[in-house]
Design a protein around this ligand. Structure first.
Ligand code: GLC
Ligand code: CA
Length: 557
């Protein structure tokens, strides 16, 4: 395939609600993003992916869309959005929007109409089923948020039927079988593209096709009797035709990038979505690394996962690199050491994420080494998964303190706390009361303090991104691991016709002895980027790596 702009791009995931508040209402906004664009330009990113900023009652922080064609007034106006688009483009930064097409909000006009009567012209925009003879739900599917009774079906008095909601009952699933719904979506997508938007991240797109006949799920049955078997809801035959429809009716006419969020995908599954010749998506987000929340992926697993996924590159596909997003713990808390080696391990993770094959996605805040939040009280949490799981487990009789500890570790709020701009009150994020409490570590960890420190994480990211841009091996090079079974280190080369790059990383608090093959040692190497701040550059390939050391070498003969 000919090279496309997004293959060498670095993407920044921006959670607007927590980025920067300009009017003191405690909520980040578009004028705030415009104001901070120079910071992002200095970082060197090529595109921003906005998590949803459409009109929304915020049941799930915007993933419950009430109007796909308007900006939520909390964030600004359509005029602000257009100003942002222009200003970003002026900095060479593209804009990607989040398309949430599996479900809408129950406050969307379509759903308001749909629930009015069985004859409503909008009835079939959603998935309605009659109760079973005994009045119960059409099947045993549970919702992901453990909400209400736990069912994925909600009974609606007006028409005496149930509607489907994989997530909250305030987020009814859309019915992709219905052609007029598909047409509405194509038109809406083209509108954004005609406005100048540069692409989309497609939310949970692998589950827009529903199981035929809605049989009971047989796996992952919860104590309350409902099942949450994601494998029965994703990648159902027919899903490709639906995505191809989006491509044929919208994507193909524009120079854009599309990335699908595909939970439960393996490389074998993903290739059918991202093989360039199929006309579906450009790349996919998988969960094999970031999805293991309870027990983080180890270096050895990481290498095996990266190796398997990089095989897509030779099959006319493309991949996404990321270690965290808005749905999980902070990467430095999860994979690094967020106390003694916070900055050093944050930089190591930057090196890994930005040196692997594919398009790297950063998540807001990792460029200053932001950490997990761990609130003292469940009342400080906002994430519906966290609250739902807490309530469920406590109601099953578990110790509330223990449950709080368990949910705190995986809570999506870890990633969603306000950006720490300075040591001022509320971390300089707002002059009002922030919608979600700031992380108590902000006096130590904030942009201003970081940016001006000797060993700045931000400046490291910015140098690393610039280095990546100057070296084609990061985009074109093959991937070759050394000491693959080692549990402590990640050592690899990226080699293309023009150059070889060697990356050495020690993901542990202990020094790591390493052995590199003779053919690597035979090269003349130059230390290019390292997190061994303030030390003399290495003049020989090391035999031992420092704790959390990450060093990149360029090699020549
Ligand atoms: C995706 C989003 C997540 C949201 C869910 C439902 O997984 O990343 O934040 O809750 O979809 O839209
Ligand atoms: Ca605001």
């Amino acid at each position: 395939m000919e090279k496309r702009w997004w293959q060498s791009a670095v993407i920044y995931e921006l959670y607007c609600k927590s980025f920067y508040d300009t009017n003191g209402d405690g909520i980040g906004d578009l004028p705030g993003v415009i104001e901070k664009l120079p910071v992002l330009a200095e970082l060197g990113i090529d595109a921003i992916w906005f998590t949803p900023i459409y009109v929304s009652p915020q049941t799930d922080n915007g993933y419950d869309v009430a109007d796909y064609e308007a900006i939520d007034p909390r964030y600004g106006t359509m005029e602000d959005f257009k100003r942002l688009l222009e200003a970003a483009h002026g900095h060479g930064i593209r804009i990607l929007m989040d398309l949430v097409l599996n479900h809408s909000s129950d406050e969307h006009r379509w759903f308001q109409e749909s629930r009015k009567s069985k004859d409503s012209p909008y009835r079939d925009y959603y998935i309605w089923r009659a109760p079973k003879a005994d009045g119960s739900e059409p099947n045993n599917m549970g919702n992901y948020f453990f909400e209400g009774k736990g069912s994925a079906w909600e009974f609606d008095e007006t028409t005496g039927e149930y509607y489907l909601h994989y997530y909250s009952k305030k987020m009814p699933d859309l019915n992709w079988e219905y052609a007029p719904l598909r047409e509405e979506i194509y038109r809406m997508v083209r509108n954004w593209l005609d406005m100048g938007v540069d692409g989309f991240r497609l939310d949970v797109i692998g589950q827009i096709k529903k199981p035929a006949g809605f049989p009971d799920e047989t796996r992952r049955i919860m104590p309350n009797g409902y099942a949450v078997d994601r494998s029965a809801r994703n990648h159902i035959p027919g899903v490709h035709e639906l995505i191809h429809g989006l491509y044929e009716n919208a994507f193909r006419y524009y120079d854009i990038m599309t990335v699908g969020e595909l939970s439960g995908s393996t490389p074998e599954i993903a290739i059918d979505y991202v093989n360039h010749d199929r006309g579906e998506l450009d790349m996919n987000i998988h969960f094999e690394i970031a999805g293991r929340k309870e027990v983080p992926t180890t270096p050895r697993q990481y290498k095996a996962i990266e190796k398997r996924w990089s095989s897509l590159l030779s099959k006319n596909g493309w991949i996404v690199q990321y270690l965290t997003n808005h749905d999980g713990p902070r990467q430095v808390s999860c994979f690094g050491n967020d106390t003694v080696y916070r900055k050093k391990s944050a930089k190591l993770l930057a090196v890994l994420n930005l040196s692997m094959p594919g398009t790297p996605f950063l998540f807001q805040g990792e460029e200053i080494g932001m950490t997990n939040v761990y609130y003292d009280s469940i009342d400080d949490y906002n994430d519906p998964y966290t609250l739902g799981r807490y309530r469920m487990e406590v109601s099953e009789g578990k110790d509330p303190e223990k449950v709080l500890k368990d949910v705190a570790w995986v809570s999506r709020d870890n990633a969603r706390t306000p950006y720490q701009w300075s040591g001022k009150e509320n971390a300089g994020f707002t002059t009002g009361t922030p919608w979600l409490k700031v992380n108590r570590r902000y006096p130590e960890i904030n942009y201003e303090a970081d940016r001006s420190s000797e060993d700045s994480v931000f400046r490291f990211y910015s140098r690393l991104i610039a280095f990546r841009k100057a070296h084609p091996a990061f985009v074109d090079g093959d991937l070759n691991f050394y000491m693959e079974d080692d549990e402590q280190t990640v050592l690899f080369s990226r080699k293309c016709a023009r150059e070889t790059i060697l990356v050495l990383a020690n993901c542990s608090d202990e020094p790591a002895p390493i052995t590199l093959p003779e053919e690597v040692k035979a090269h003349v190497f130059t230390e290019a980027v390292t997190n061994r701040e303030g030390k003399e550059p290495r003049t020989e390939l090391p035999e031992t790596l420092e704790p959390w050391e990450a060093t990149i070498f360029t090699l020549s003969f």
